[in-house]
Design a protein around this ligand. Structure first.
Ligand SMILES: [Zn+2]
Length: 437
């Protein structure tokens, strides 16, 4: 992105300052725009593919009119700001409609405004396009077509949970299924669902909403997040009432979800009985398809990968090789895979995909384009039910899940490096952010 000087933007009429700021965000697929006040100017930053990119600047003098303009559009009272003020407005650009949510907070330098961009069109992405494949995808497809049960999508903030849930609901086979949602906030339009926004002012909470939905003869109920013990209990109760419940939970791994839920004093037996699948995911940057590189493995990269995945151990190496083969079998529907296509052999790593450091025109010289999820999908089973009921340790449940076919999300990430979807540094970064959490 090219930095514009403060004067260039600030001289425009207010309407044009706003449209320049928003449209820059839409053109670059940003999901957040930050207007951050500093001493003498306001910096405009864009969240693109998970990274914050500094771009425009607006003079402080013009900013107060710009802020009033945004407040007017979003129905926020001008003149005074509560601790935090929120609102939203619609914006049309390139034949598409967007919802822009506005969050304003007072800082010591003035108002900090965050704009959250949401596309108003239904999610058209499939689970496969999001990064689900092979056994994981089959497990999810079976679960989403069950008559009842609990399906959870987990991961930290900004790990793409809402989009996965939207794609999950869109992929239900049975067209006669009645789907209802309670969301806070509504993130994506879902063409097949009756979507409801939680509204604390009118007392429409998750708990009150669930009571109404129960009377409305819905088959599938989506709760955007299991926020507290009460909502978790109600969600499990819905399953007992023969509903399929899809929800999300803010936690790092599939197995940790179980321990964390039990920390809320949930009856282990009812969790074991109702749980069907836990999906855990993270987002990594996707390699630009136009300039990505397939390179022979150098010593440095090899040692990074070996350290993280223990590939010096022949059992681990052959496991990764088998998964790589499975990935191509899934992609091509052909059981015979040409071994020349593979980055691994049975006993060693041969090649690896990586980003082109200087990039190309189609990826704005970054080497990456869009994001892909790295995932782990844990299916409940008789054995796992027993482990949940007896409140077994994470590590034991994890072991059993892997024995039954679950691929750990870091391993899923490695497979995506081997087949050219992302770079090894993106996967290594995940382990670092995990450490900090
Ligand atoms: Zn490129």
């Amino acid at each position: 992105m090219v930095m514009k000087t403060r004067d260039m933007v600030s001289k425009l009429p207010i309407n044009q300052i706003l449209s320049t700021i928003i449209e820059k965000g839409l053109e670059t697929d940003a999901n957040f725009i930050h207007l951050e006040p500093a001493n003498d100017l306001v910096r405009v930053k864009y969240r693109v593919e998970g990274r914050l990119v500094d771009d425009l600047e607006v003079s402080k003098k013009r900013f107060s009119s710009l802020s009033d303009k945004i407040k007017n559009l979003a129905n926020i009272q001008t003149g005074h700001i509560d601790l935090i003020s929120t609102g939203k407005f619609k914006y049309s650009f390139a034949n598409q409609n967007f919802n822009i949510r506005v969050y304003i907070m007072l800082t010591i330098n003035g108002e900090k405004i965050t704009l959250k961009i949401q596309n108003d069109a239904p999610v058209s992405t499939s689970l496969k396009e999001l990064g689900f494949w092979g056994n994981s995808l089959e497990v999810i497809n079976r679960a989403i077509n069950l008559k009842n049960g609990l399906i959870l999508v987990t991961g930290p903030n900004n790990s793409g949970k809402s989009k996965t849930i939207a794609a999950l609901l869109e992929s239900i086979d049975n067209q006669d299924t009645s789907i209802a949602t309670l969301e806070d906030p509504v993130e994506y339009k879902i063409s097949r669902a009756n979507q409801t926004q939680i509204n604390h002012r009118t007392n429409l909470s998750f708990i009150n909403g669930i009571k109404i939905l129960l009377r409305q003869d819905n088959d599938v109920i989506m709760l955007s997040e299991l926020t507290d013990a009460k909502v978790i209990t109600e969600a499990l109760d819905l399953v007992i009432h023969k509903k399929l419940v899809v929800s999300s939970f803010n936690i790092d791994s599939a197995v940790e979800t179980i321990t964390k839920l039990l920390d809320y004093n949930i009856n282990p037996a009812s969790l074991a009985y109702t749980l069907r699948v836990i999906i855990s995911q993270r987002l990594v940057r996707r390699l630009c398809p136009d300039c990505k590189q397939y390179i022979d493995l150098d010593k440095d990269t090899a040692s990074k990968i070996n350290k993280l995945f223990g590939l010096n151990n022949p059992i681990n190496m052959s496991y990764v090789h088998r998964l790589e083969v499975e990935y191509y079998q899934f992609e091509s529907d052909d059981k015979k895979i040409n071994s020349k296509l593979l980055s691994t052999s049975e006993n060693r790593l041969k090649k690896v995909w990586t980003n082109n450091p200087s990039g190309c025109l189609s990826c704005s010289n970054t080497g990456f384009k869009g994001r892909i999820a790295v995932v782990e999908v844990m299916k409940n089973s008789q054995e796992i039910e027993k482990l949940i009921t007896t409140k077994s340790k994470d590590i034991l449940i994890n072991k059993q899940a892997v024995r039954e076919g679950m691929v750990n999300y870091l391993v899923d990430g490695l497979i995506k490096v081997l087949v050219g979807e992302t770079s090894i540094d993106e996967i290594i970064n995940l382990t670092k952010s995990n450490h900090l959490a």
